[in-house]
Design a protein around this ligand. Sequence first.
Ligand SMILES: Cc1cc2nc3c(=O)[nH]c(=O)nc-3n(C[C@H](O)[C@H](O)[C@H](O)COP(=O)(O)OP(=O)(O)OC[C@H]3O[C@@H](n4cnc5c(N)ncnc54)[C@H](O)[C@@H]3O)c2cc1C
Length: 362
Amino acid sequence: MKNFPSNTTDYLIIGGGLAGCILAWTLRQRGLQCQLMDTPLLSNASRISAGIINPISGKRFSPLWEPDVTTSVARQTYRELEVHFGQSFLREIPALRLFTDADERDIWLTKRAETLRFAEILTPSEIAPRFVQDCGGIRYMAWHVDVEAVVLRLRAWLRDEGCLVEEEFDDTCLSFTGTEAVYKAKGQHIRARRIIMCNGWRTLRSELWKELPLTPAKGELLIVRADAPPVQELIVKSVFLLPLENHALEGSIMRIGASYSWEHLDETPTPETAQILIRKAQEILPVPMTILRHDAGVRPAAQDSKPIVGVHPHETLFAIMNGFGSKGAAYTPFCAAALIDFLEEGKPMAEWCSLARWKAWR
Ligand SMILES: Cc1cc2nc3c(=O)[nH]c(=O)nc-3n(C[C@H](O)[C@H](O)[C@H](O)COP(=O)(O)OP(=O)(O)OC[C@H]3O[C@@H](n4cnc5c(N)ncnc54)[C@H](O)[C@@H]3O)c2cc1C
């Protein structure tokens, strides 16, 4: 791929988390130019993400949107990245979802069994005795994406390609000529055919996007060493236990998460939340656990828990790809492709992820 002059480009992307990096990669794969402007310390979500692609989530076993297409685009994109960079980013992992009570099992049996046939239902006796449960569960395949590694690798690649601008975006420095977005600040003079906001929940600080229907949610995660024989599955109940590495002698290293809070939107880990996560994890796997790492971040969640992709109703050169909530790993590759199809080829945007699903944003 060739290098382009730094001051004119097809796309200026704001934000270098998973969304911005995957969008930049997809644009370059299609032969389009881009510059990505990012100050990584403004938001942590992608660097601490657990990276689970779970085909069903929540108490009501909600499936992903368009699961066949979204997961197939995601897997293809992460595999392409693996081939290109010679590094592993994606692994398939069996998931064991334990029912918290009989009501939850009934919800599964009555509402979901017919549509979500990919899951195998398990009685309590079919589940390993070391996991505490008395209502059984279901088993199915999930995926784990090393989101932090994807973002670090793509950022380094963009820097090498001369496509990374390590500055904080200030929307008072942005203007539109009718055919171009012009960004003039701190020695930067970038002219782009379009500008795309991928800056997570911080988008709400931007004048044109401050009314976006986002309800950001703080989340905390632990990495622990569990004094237990290797765990091979992703275990999901009131928290998840995601095995990272297994050491026959030293126990299991696993991620435990995640908390949700809609107040105090900061990225500071709190000891109280760590204790809650450990307690819930030990209700599933009652063994000693040592905390190795504790992270917090803010998920850019949309009010209806679906991604937000489209162009600003008053400024069509200004687009957005945001609202990934707790499903960035599954949805960013699909949404990047859909946004480029929409902007470059005029293909209609899928309603479920379109910004225009809200009347105020048409
Ligand atoms: C605790 C927790 C657990 C999670 N677990 C999962 C999971 O298991 N599976 C899953 O799929 N997702 C998970 N997520 C969600 C996932 O992390 C997000 O969906 C995803 O990271 C969102 O990426 P993003 O690029 O949209 O936003 P962000 O990661 O927030 O990236 C935005 C980027 O823009 C930068 N930025 C912001 N403002 C500016 C500005 N003015 N100028 C320049 N740069 C700016 C930020 O610093 C950051 O680098 C989890 C999130 C949390 C917090």
